[in-house]
Design a protein around this ligand. Structure first.
Ligand SMILES: [Zn+2]
Length: 86
């Protein structure tokens, strides 16, 4: 269970739903909304909005959440898996 108590602590939750990260998510969302509709796929976030995405992960102050998302996305990039991060 996530610290926000409203979902599982998985990548999708942290990226799109977690209430603890609303502020961090807003700038990523604003950048994406210039050219895309929200929610933007994880693949697009990583490939097209990489700078904003990195900012988002760097701004996450909850260590545990940041570890989950950084580890998962690094795995994703290394393996070049297209469909899903997890
Ligand atoms: Zn949460």
């Amino acid at each position: 269970m996530c610290s926000c108590k409203s979902g599982e602590q998985a990548v999708d939750h942290i990226l799109y739903d977690c209430k603890l990260l609303e502020q961090e998510r807003d700038s990523l969302k604003a950048a994406a909304l210039r050219t895309e509709n929200w929610p933007v796929s994880k693949k697009k976030l990583i490939n097209k909005f990489n700078n904003n995405f990195k900012k988002f992960t760097n701004n996450i102050t909850l260590d545990k959440l940041q570890t989950i998302i950084v580890t998962s996305t690094n795995l994703y990039i290394e393996q070049g898996i297209v469909a899903e991060i997890m």
